[in-house]
Design a protein around this ligand. Structure first.
Ligand code: GTP
Ligand code: MG
Ligand code: ZN
Length: 307
């Protein structure tokens, strides 16, 4: 019998497909691999449902979007989970996640975990502006990012109401607390979480596969964390567009193709001086722009060499 459903779990070559409230175990036929297409969680598929044996995926529906790492498709929104400590908070990594999601047209939200591990010390400590170890630091970050237009959450209760009716993916470094957050939302699930160690190296990931859970009136995907992120932006206009506050102001730059680095009459630089754009955001924009240019140069050199 041929049915239509959605892949809710992918593990060791098996795909769990949900159709009309039932879950079927299926495999993919080899012809997908030949076409370079691999079914992923979130895919809408046509499959053969057999009684007492596994079914086969026959067709993969068109994807509205897809991610490679984590491997998942047809996502509405993502929660970026960033911990205050272990692993340490990084605005640079946060901005990389945001650029990645903006570029993919996936609505980002930010959840900051491990707030309970912060000191309440209010003393004006001599710290570099890159370490954040007090609650007040995060309240400032929350205000700053909300100003840009992103929702920032410190606790699960406030996040939950934003999950209903949506397909949401949890993203973040390994050890950030993605699964812990999921367990807070649905304590009855009791998913395995990991102890963080100083060496968050290979093989330390606790969550090892992508899986959807029907929760809070929506679908939530827990994913394995990762240590590096390919944000997949390859040119300046796309990077510009992935920083909403820079994009908005860049319409007032004198040159339409302004990169906000050396050009005269750059509205972004003026906004930066007036503190209308965060310095850290601009710095991260410059860093990513540098990386993009560097990648392109390397690529072009290679091409010339090959003739
Ligand atoms: N104190 C405190 N510990 C937390 C919090 N969130 C997570 N942890 C701890 O951090 C460790 C890692 O949490 P996980 O939920 O397994 O992290 P994960 O993001 O799912 O990691 P991977 O599955 O490896 O990607 C566990 O020991 C959790 O108990 C928090 O809000 N407060
Ligand atoms: Mg996990
Ligand atoms: Zn400019």
């Amino acid at each position: 019998m041929i049915k239509n459903g959605r892949i809710v779990k992918s593990l060791a070559g098996f795909y769990d497909v949900e159709a009309e409230g039932e879950v079927y175990q299926t495999r993919a036929r080899g012809n997908f691999r030949k076409k370079g297409m691999k079914p992923v969680v979130g895919d809408f598929v046509e499959f053969s449902a057999e009684e007492n044996s596994e079914g086969y995926i026959l067709k993969i529906g068109e994807r509205k979007n897809s991610l490679i790492r984590p491997s998942i498709a047809n996502i509405d929104q993502a929660v970026i989970i960033m911990s205050t400590v272990s692993p340490n908070f990084s605005l640079n990594l946060l901005d990389r996640f945001l650029v990645f999601l903006e570029h993919k047209n996936i609505h980002p939200m930010i959840y900051i975990s491990k707030m309970d591990l912060l000191t309440e010390d209010q003393g004006s400590s001599e710290k570099s502006n890159k370490t954040f170890n007090q609650r007040a630091d995060y309240e400032q970050i929350k205000r700053n990012y909300e100003q840009i237009g992103y929702d920032v959450f410190f606790d699960a209760e406030h996040l939950v109401s934003n999950l209903s009716g949506k397909v949401t993916v949890f993203m973040g470094q390994t050890g950030a607390g993605k699964t812990t957050l999921l367990n807070k939302i649905a304590p009855e699930m009791q998913l395995a979480t990991g102890e963080t160690s100083e060496k968050l190296g290979r093989g330390r990931h606790t969550t090892r596969h992508v899986e959807f859970f029907e929760l809070a009136g929506g679908l939530i995907a827990d994913t394995p964390g990762f240590s590096s992120l390919d944000y997949e932006v390859t040119n300046q206009p796309d990077l510009n567009a992935a920083f909403p506050e820079i994009l908005k102001i860049s319409h007032n730059c004198k040159f339409r193709e302004c990169t906000h680095t050396h050009e005269p009459s750059c509205a972004v630089k003026v906004a930066l001086e007036n503190h209308e754009i965060l310095e850290s955001r601009y710095e991260n924009y410059l860093q990513l722009l540098d990386e993009i240019n560097h990648t392109r140069e390397t690529y072009e050199k290679k091409r010339k060499k090959q003739g």
